[in-house]
Design a protein around this ligand. Structure first.
Ligand SMILES: [Zn+2]
Length: 131
């Protein structure tokens, strides 16, 4: 595994941790790190709320990247409650596709950190509605 994946894992781990924010909002059970094309790492945590106002850690991290003026993703890693295993949900995949039409298939996704299993978004979304 190359050092960038390790740096991403450490960055995601640093913001992870279940927090009860109010009677209606919890956060941090899942965390994510996004590597932008420029090489910067952006993190995000999941935010869970009543009435579906929350957000996945991956999309939160992507929004963090966009907030900071970057629009291209190179890699995605998330640490789920079962420690670093899991592919992005359909909504997160959809955002990545819409953000990078024509280029999203090359985004690398860490599927299982423990076994160093990486897949490209194009393998996870082979027949999306946008090419
Ligand atoms: Zn998601």
């Amino acid at each position: 595994m190359d050092q960038t994946w390790i740096d991403m894992y450490e960055a995601a781990k640093a913001v992870r941790g279940h927090k009860v924010i109010s009677d209606y909002v919890t956060a941090g059970e899942v965390s994510a790190a996004i590597l932008s094309k420029s090489g910067k790492i952006y993190t995000g945590v999941c935010i869970d709320t009543c009435s579906t106002l929350g957000i996945c850690a991956e999309r939160n991290a992507i929004f963090n990247m966009i907030t900071n003026g970057e629009y291209e993703i190179a890699r995605v890693l998330c640490i789920s409650p079962n420690e670093g295993k899991g592919a992005p949900c359909g909504a997160c995949r959809e955002l990545m596709v819409q953000l990078m039409p024509g280029k999203y298939k090359d985004i690398e996704i860490m599927i299982n950190y423990k076994t160093d299993r990486v897949m490209k978004l194009g393998e996870l979304t082979p027949e999306w509605w946008i090419d």
